[in-house]
Design a binder for this molecule. Structure first.
Ligand SMILES: *Cc1c(COP(=O)(O)O)cnc(C)c1O
Length: 369
C-alpha cells in the first residue's frame, strides 16, 4: 500500500466509514457449515434437472425485465401480499434495507432498533450518514416496551427495524408490543420477516391497517441464499419512492427465472422448512441437556446458546478444530457475552455439531477439550 494513497484515503474517506469493520465472512472450506442460516438441503435431483432446463432458456445477452413483473406476481400469491399493496425487490433484503436508509437519510435523523439484532441495520445507518439508536431487549430478549416508547418519543426515528423473529436471539417479539410501536411511531416501521418460513406468523395481513408499516421477506433462509432475492411489501406511497433509488436491473435474469421456478415448487421448500423445524426441536432438547449451556427457544432456523463458563470463544474454536463452523457472538456486545449461534442443518450435521460441542466443552469422558 503506498503511503500517499493511504494519506489521501484517510483524508477523503468519511471518518465513520474508516472506523467500520467490514462484514466478515469466515472461510468454511471443509467444515460443516452451520454459521449463516442457510438451508442445508439442495433441490431434489429431478427438480434440479428441470431447473437447469429453465435456465437454458434465459437470454443472458439481454437485460433482465427491469420490473420483474412475472416474478412479482408469483411472489404476490406465494407470500399472500394483499392486492392493494406494492412490491419492491432487492438483491437480497440487505439491499432493501440500504434503499430504505438512502431514501430517509438526513443529517440528524436516526435509525432505531432493539438490540441485539441483525447487525446490518446499524451498519447501513452508518453507511448512509444516519445515527443508530439501539434499545436493549429485556434479559429474555423480548421488547422492553416502555424503553422503546421513550426512545421513540425522544429520538423520533425516521425508521424502526424489527426482526420478527429476531436474529440472533431467535424469538418472536410480543405482537401487542409491535402494534404499540407502530402506533407510537410516525416514522416508517420495517418488520423484517426473514425467518417467516420457520415461524409461521406474519404481519403481512396488517398492511393497510398502519400507514407506516412495511413488511420485508427474503428467499435466502429458505434454500435460495445464492440467488439474492429480498421482497418488500407495502403502500406505493413509500415503495414508489424507494424504487427511484433502486439501480436498474438489480434482479438479474438468472435470479428472476430461478425464483419463479422455485415458487412453482413451493411445497418442496415448505417440506424442507418443516424438516428443519422438527430438527430444531431435537437440537434444542439436546442442547438443554448439556451442562454448562444455557439455551433459548427459537422460532427461526437457528438457536442461540450461552456457554455459562464464559469460554465461548474457546468452545467455538474447539468445534472448528472438530470440523464444525458455527457463529461466535462472544465479542458482539454485553447481552451476547458468552453466546454462540448454531444454524439447524441436516440431522447428520446436527448430530456432528452436538458431538463437537460436547467434546469442546469437555463433557465427553475420555476426550480432551
Ligand atoms: C439473514 C437476514 C437478512 C438478510 O437476508 P438477505 O436477503 O440474504 O440479504 C435480513 N434480515 C435478517 C433479520 C436476517 O437474519
Amino acid at each position: 500500500m503506498s503511503t500517499s494513497a493511504k494519506d489521501k484515503a484517510a483524508h477523503w474517506i468519511r471518518p465513520e466509514i474508516r472506523t467500520l469493520k467490514a462484514y466478515a465472512v469466515p472461510d468454511a472450506t471443509g467444515l460443516i457449515k452451520l454459521d449463516a442460516m442457510e438451508n442445508p438441503y439442495a433441490f431434489p435431483d429431478a427438480m434440479r434437472s428441470t431447473w437447469l432446463r429453465v435456465l437454458q432458456q434465459v437470454d443472458v445477452n439481454r437485460y433482465p425485465d427491469p420490473a420483474a413483473r412475472r416474478l412479482k406476481e408469483a411472489l404476490r400469491s406465494a407470500l399472500a401480499i394483499p392486492p392493494s399493496m406494492s412490491i419492491l425487490l432487492g438483491n437480497g433484503s440487505d439491499e432493501l434495507i440500504q434503499l430504505i436508509a438512502m431514501a430517509l437519510a438526513q443529517p440528524g435523523r436516526v435509525v432505531l432498533a432493539p438490540v441485539p439484532t441483525f447487525v446490518m441495520y446499524d451498519m447501513i445507518a452508518t453507511f448512509t450518514g444516519m445515527g443508530f439508536v439501539g434499545v436493549p431487549l429485556t434479559p429474555d430478549f423480548d421488547l422492553d416496551l416502555p424503553a422503546m416508547l421513550t426512545a421513540i418519543r425522544q429520538h423520533r426515528p425516521a425508521v424502526i427495524f424489527l426482526a420478527y423473529p429476531n436474529n440472533p436471539t431467535g424469538n418472536l417479539f410480543d405482537a401487542d408490543a409491535l402494534r404499540d410501536i407502530l402506533k407510537a411511531s410516525d416514522g416508517l416501521v420495517v418488520v423484517d420477516e426473514a425467518y417467516h418460513a420457520f415461524a409461521g406468523v406474519s404481519l403481512m395481513d396488517q398492511l393497510g391497517r398502519y400507514d407506516n408499516l412495511v413488511v420485508m421477506r427474503t428467499l435466502s433462509k429458505q434454500g435460495l441464499a445464492g440467488l439474492r432475492l429480498g421482497v418488500l411489501a407495502g403502500d406505493a406511497a413509500w415503495l414508489d419512492e424507494f424504487d427511484k433509488l433502486r439501480l436498474p436491473y438489480n434482479i438479474n435474469s438468472l435470479t428472476q427465472a430461478s425464483a419463479e421456478f422455485a415458487l412453482t415448487h413451493a411445497p418442496v421448500l415448505q417440506a424442507q422448512a418443516q424438516r428443519i423445524c422438527s430438527e430444531r426441536e431435537r437440537v434444542f432438547q439436546a442442547l438443554a441437556a448439556l451442562s454448562g449451556v444455557r439455551v433459548w427457544p427459537s422460532r427461526a432456523n437457528f438457536i442461540l446458546l450461552r456457554i455459562e463458563s464464559g469460554d465461548a470463544t474457546r468452545v467455538h474454536q474447539g468445534m472448528r478444530e472438530r470440523g464444525v463452523l458455527i457463529k461466535n457472538l462472544d465479542h458482539a456486545g454485553a447481552a451476547l457475552k458468552g453466546c454462540l449461534r448454531v444454524t439447524i442443518g441436516t440431522p447428520e450435521e446436527n448430530t456432528a455439531m452436538l458431538l463437537a460441542l460436547a467434546q469442546a466443552l469437555g463433557n465427553v469422558p475420555g476426550v480432551a477439550p
